[in-house]
Unconditional design. Structure first.
Lengths: 565, 565
């Protein structure tokens, strides 16, 4: 919550002003962009920053209820300063959204400064999760700040009130966006792998049904639930996704570094593709990870519903990633817009690059036929990748063709938005599958490790084919017979993963403390730990519960008229 | 939590014994079946009830940690008695699981009785939800109860320790199961419709992006999010599901009444079909409702994550229905087992009845061709039903054929269990679609109401076709071209629902109090209510938060060495 951000966005002049303060007194800052009525559409923000040339100040104001800042973390009770995004107005003209550093609480007694209304927005999903964070509401009643508290790196307002854009390219703003989103992809992989680690370990301990065999004491024992194919198909596909997201996350980290180097050299050519790629992967991985955490919880049966399983809070903490930093559906539509542009530029001979390079092979892909004739033929990474590429490009081209049927392109885009979002997902899956394959082409140490990862890559891909079978069949990327062979092959692949499943989740190297789950404990000592954990419940501190004499006993003695129960 | 259950299960003799007690002193009872290590597999319960002929008592005992009773509601701190399910042992022989009425706490001072260990199992998913319920753990150390506290309606133990089965048919036990599951289907419809009501109302209030038009004050206003097709396709399909589940729930209620009449007349012929039907519909509707509530929450963007939206707690309260009263995957496998039996009996000429009647038309269905040639051809309920029936039966027959390839039927069932579960889902969808259609064939009052419900029936069905397109295409129930026409038709259907969307959720007739959601308030006054609700957060009672002097100020004055933050 400290404000290193101002170092990046502020001019040198501003840093000189603020640094002495930072040396004697810390400030606690927050980033105040989202408003009660405005989230995804940043341009629609209503807070105003009006320049007053008489006093050389900006007047920060919340003109409506819906302009109240809403959600900033740490704002509710803790932050002393906020970087406030507001519509800049100078000389009677609006110049769009800019950032302003505004002190909101006194550094002496922590009281809100005059004109500031600030508080916490209340409880959120889950019992822990983000409830330890004071997400806040903030309103301004004509709060005045010095002109030089505007963040002036990209554009500034002069002493005379003139709005001037700097020569710093606007594109650098996207650099921060790319950074945050690639970080979220890495987080998605971590969150999903935590859930999968818990569910896999517990599935090896939990037994239910099955032909009773005799254990060493001669008692019948039931089947480990990890041995059920229904459990394997759900669990191992999530395990494969956790690995897939890890590899694509590592690659995105490299991509970000590469982008920053290019941006610093004023090469903006790859920015649109990189931006679309991170936006799409943020959407794909967070949706899949959130669903996967809940699925992992359900794979733990009733005990997954206990807080001590760690899974309810893991879900409640992770799931907002589907909404923040770009709502997942809005992001997919952005990606599809970029892809439609890429397709339309094919005719003018512009060659797609990076993650869209395959779109350049459209001629080949739309007429290629999947060569699978028997189940084992699916164990071929280039066959798989080609099927994914063919499906994606045929969906994209269908969208592009359908768009031409609308006289008004905006209306066409709106009408076809569900199809466009699905095509964007298909494109993003091409990226994840291809990066998994690239990883397998690298040197991987350890006896048999590469083979196991290859198995996971097949599971990830063939499961997606099964899940999106409608796409694959309707684009004729594969045939119904090949789909059925893929399902047969999947069953063999699960059998290959089964003996190494525990090793594959142990490999994430999470400590019991980090996992925070009795079901996922490393030693598998699940039941004693569940039992022990229950007794820590504060209700168990007294044998007879509070309220017994007030509520329970009157019920028992039928003096109900005196009871409030 | 009071024990009316004993009236149903106890003999007259027992009722005579307990009724005087109930007249002078109430008891608070719970149902103790599930154990720490045993849920779905009731036969695997470990608690024992051993008859001691010397004292005419049963000895109730928890021989292992995993035999601890776990989850019963009200057990942790409140219940005085429990109906305990245990393995009956008499004369050295085991006779399976039976119920026993066991007092666990003193009616004088509420202390656990000797030999009883009882407590609460701790926090669960969500901040409210089931955290107001004291789900408990219970262990017995050789607790003795009189012989006549065994529930002896179906089988009993004589004074001499002889196990005797009564002439009451065992099938009546299934009556209770059918009752509970049809009730859960009704609950699923209510829970989903609550969520959809909230998301629909809020989607009409929330505006974001879009070509700004001018409102009466000359200000640009954004597009209502309910007008986006991506929002419509998610929201209206959930709205349609809420109605579909309501109608199938109403029908299930009738089915239960009909079953009870038959059982009372000792007609057990429909029981297997009714049992499979309720098990399958419990699984289908609870999975769809739980996912739909979360989807509704995401459709409300960031504000859906606030507790004041009502959606997080609605989810946390509803989602255990996917696990309790039969895990949803386990139930689907039960349904598929019944369906495989139905298919295998076709050859012997046994005619399937009730919800499986369509399986009798297998000859017709496997060779029929969907007649859709243009988008509007999908507006034909019998065309739709036939496509669903064809897809279900072809999946079922494929499973039956694949099963014959295994020498060991059990192993075959295990290997193919994922396919079998998917075929069971296809069968259950036939039921829901057909009951929706039957509803439309009834007299429906109100101008235009029938037409709107018909539109929802189309949306429900065509959306399922889109979602399970892989099934429909691989079984060749429809062609890729017809699938594409279904998507076109869906868009027109959304446009038809849009003007009536609010009326269709108002029709659920939920009060604001029942909805418990500021986003879903009837008057649409969302933002003032969100703002007002925030100030009720206890953290806002003080301007400077507790802990400021201890934690925040030391950070600000850089006396970090003294701070615990």
């Amino acid at each position: 919550m400290f404000v290193p951000a101002i170092k990046g966005s502020a001019t040198e002049e501003q840093q000189n002003k603020w640094l002495p303060l930072a040396n004697t007194m810390q400030i606690i800052g927050t980033y105040a962009q989202t408003e009660l009525g405005h989230g995804s559409n940043v341009r629609g923000l209503e807070t105003t920053a009006t320049f007053d040339p008489v006093t050389d100040e900006f007047i920060i104001h919340s003109p409506t209820l819906t302009s109240s800042k809403w959600w900033p973390g740490g704002l509710g009770k803790v932050a002393t300063h906020a970087v406030v995004y507001a519509q800049l107005i100078t000389d009677g003209k609006e110049y769009g959204v800019n950032g302003f550093l505004v002190q909101i609480r006194s550094l002496e007694d922590h009281f809100p400064l005059p004109g500031i209304t600030v508080g916490d927005i209340g409880m959120k999903f889950g019992s822990g999760a983000f409830n330890s964070m004071d997400n806040g509401v903030l309103r301004f009643d004509r709060v005045r700040i010095p002109r030089n508290q505007m963040l002036m790196r990209v554009s500034k307002v002069t002493r005379e009130g003139k709005y001037v854009e700097s020569n710093i390219p606007k594109q650098i703003i996207y650099g921060a966006m790319v950074y945050v989103r690639q970080k979220i992809v890495a987080d998605a992989s971590i969150a999903l792998s935590r859930a999968v680690c818990i569910a896999t370990r517990y599935s090896a301990i939990r037994r239910q049904f099955g032909s009773p065999q005799n254990d060493q004491n001669g008692n019948g024992i039931e089947t480990q639930v990890i041995d059920y194919k229904t459990q394997q198909s759900r669990l191992f596909s999530l395990l494969a996704s956790a690995y897939a997201f890890r590899f694509v996350g590592e690659w995105l980290k490299w991509l970000y570094t590469d982008l920053i180097q290019k941006l610093e050299g004023h090469d903006f050519s790859t920015l649109p593709e990189v931006h679309a790629c991170t936006a799409g992967l943020k959407s794909l991985t967070t949706s899949a990870a959130a669903d996967g955490i809940e699925e992992s919880r359900k794979l733990c049966g009733g005990h997954g519903y206990l807080s001590s399983s760690g899974l309810p809070e893991l879900y409640a903490t992770f799931v907002p990633a589907c909404t923040y930093e770009g709502d997942n559906v809005v992001l997919l539509l952005q990606v599809s817009r970029f892809l439609m542009k890429t397709i339309s530029q094919l005719q003018s001979g512009k060659k797609p690059t990076g993650t869209t390079a395959y779109i350049g092979h459209v001629e080949h892909l739309i007429q290629c036929h999947c060569k699978v004739k028997k189940a084992e033929d699916w164990l071929n990474l280039s066959v798989i990748l080609e099927a994914f590429e063919a499906r994606a490009i045929i969906l994209l081209i269908a969208c592009a063709e359908n768009l031409t049927k609308f006289a008004n392109p905006l209306q066409g885009f709106s009408e076809l938005s569900s199809d466009l979002a699905e095509a964007a997902v298909a494109h993003c899956q091409v990226i994840v599958v291809s990066k998994f394959i690239e990883k397998l082409q690298q040197n991987i140490e350890g006896n048999g490790v590469k083979q196991q990862l290859e198995t996971l890559c097949y599971i990830y891909s063939l499961n997606l084919i099964h899940k999106h079978l409608g796409d694959f069949l309707s684009t004729r990327s594969i045939t119904p017979k090949q789909a059925s062979l893929a399902s047969d092959q999947l069953r063999s692949l699960y059998a290959k993963v089964r003996p190494n499943a525990i090793a594959l989740v142990d490999a994430f190297n999470y400590t019991d403390h980090f996992l925070g789950s009795v079901l996922g404990s490393y030693d598998g000592n699940v039941y004693p730990k569940l039992y022990e954990e229950a007794w820590k419940e504060p209700l168990n501190e007294s044998v007879v519960p509070d309220g017994y004499h007030e509520y329970i006993r009157p019920v028992l003695t039928q003096q109900l008229q005196n009871a409030r129960l």
